[in-house]
Ligand binder design. Structure first.
Ligand code: NAP
Ligand code: ZN
Length: 345
């Protein structure tokens, strides 16, 4: 066991504060990572506030982890000390269930999330707002040399969460793709959809971030607070990926799709959403969901980002600014991901 510094929420909705936690000894299949940067995902806030239901406290959030390996277990062959490494939203999967065997180990029936979960050792799993983490090597990602670690961290959740559905729903040349919500996930969606060759539209609440959106690679930018947007774009889009963290008027967005178009939801609001089914059946519309991606697909995404020189747009913060950053994320005041410099923990 090693005692390391971390930032934790002691209870639901309580401000995060500095503390120490225990990391397990490095087992034969583990790596020890010195965390350099940890992104703040809106999911961290949902969970620290117990917005998704009962959670485990104290909670050390953080599933956008980038750092350097400092020790490898005796059976680890694919990493060595000094390698740049990342950890995303889950740290274990069984490898034998139907989900794992079908290449979707993010849905492992016996999987372990990076935090707000109990690990295989029966102890609580603690996330990335910390100086070090011990992780199974098969759940550790290789961060390509060309992506700086600070802008790589958000790729481990925001990057894969958008890459996976954009690939699955064939965003590419000739496709009109809208990204709904220009926050941490959304801005990566714009970059990735643009790199895939799609014609990209941002649907944001206001035009406040229009210049940024166009700079990130969007071709068009519309405010959803403007009723005209829904008239102008009616029936025009092949794919909408929604990153919105709150319930939406789904019918209004389905009306923007072409016949057979898909609305893929990745946002995880705390409240349920209602939908008039006529918005779905008229035009054979598709309503789908998507959750992160497998370890293999996350590695594919990191390599894709390296090839296309993609990283997140970040605001680097000190650990003592985490609570303020949470408030700003909740106010949609993030451009476009807060990343903690873990040296300040
Ligand atoms: P974020 O940075 O806060 O971005 C969310 C964006 O949604 C905001 O920037 C805002 O964009 C828009 N928005 C917020 N409240 C809204 C409202 N009431 N009405 C309309 N639009 C609103 O959050 P994030 O980190 O990108 O995460 C987004 C959501 O995805 C969260 O619920 C998170 O838990 C979830 N998530 C899901 C997965 C997955 O695997 N499916 C993975 C990670 C996160 P504008 O300012 O442009 O309007
Ligand atoms: Zn996340």
């Amino acid at each position: 066991m090693t005692t390391v510094a971390a930032y934790a929420a002691p209870a639901a909705k309580a401000p995060l504060e500095r503390t120490t936690i225990e990391r397990r000894p490095v087992g034969p299949n583990d790596v020890l990572i010195e965390i350099k940067y940890a992104g703040i995902c809106h999911s961290d806030i949902h969970q620290a506030n117990e917005g998704w239901g009962e959670a485990i406290f104290p909670m050390v959030p953080g599933h956008e982890i980038a750092g350097v390996i400092t020790e490898v277990g005796s059976a680890v062959t694919k990493f060595q000390a000094g390698d740049r490494a990342g950890v995303g939203c889950f740290v274990d999967s069984c490898g034998t269930c139907e989900a794992c065997l079908s290449g979707q180990n993010q849905f492992c029936q016996d999987g372990v999330s990076t935090y707000n979960a109990i690990g295989r050792d029966g102890k609580p799993a603690y996330g990335g707002y910390s100086t070090h983490i011990v992780v199974d090597a098969d759940h550790t990602l290789r961060i390509p040399d060309s992506i700086p670690l600070d802008v790589a961290a958000p790729l481990l959740c925001a990057g894969i969460t958008l890459y996976s559905p954009l690939k699955r729903w064939q965003a590419g040349p000739g496709k009109k793709v809208a990204i709904l919500g220009l926050g941490g996930l959304g801005h990566m969606g714009v970059k990735i959809a643009h790199a895939l060759g799609a014609e990209v539209t941002v649907l944001s609440q206001t035009l406040r971030k229009k210049d940024d959106g166009l700079g990130l690679g969007a071709d068009h930018y519309y405010a959803t607070s403007d009723e005209d947007t829904f008239k102008q774009l009616a029936g025009s889009l092949d794919l909408i990926v929604s990153t919105v963290s709150a319930p939406l008027d789904l019918g209004a967005y389905l009306s923007l799709l072409k016949t057979g178009g898909a609305f893929v939801n990745v946002g995880a609001p705390e409240e349920p959403n209602s939908l008039n089914m006529f918005g779905l059946i008229g035009g054979n519309k598709i309503l789908a969901g998507s959750m992160i991606g497998s370890i293999a697909e996350t590695q594919e995404m990191l390599d894709f980002c390296a090839e296309h020189s993609l990283g997140a747009e970040i605001e680097l913060i000190r650990a003592d600014q985490i609570n303020e950053a949470y408030e700003r994320v909740l106010a949609s005041d993030v451009r476009y991901r807060f990343v903690i410099d873990t040296a300040t923990i």
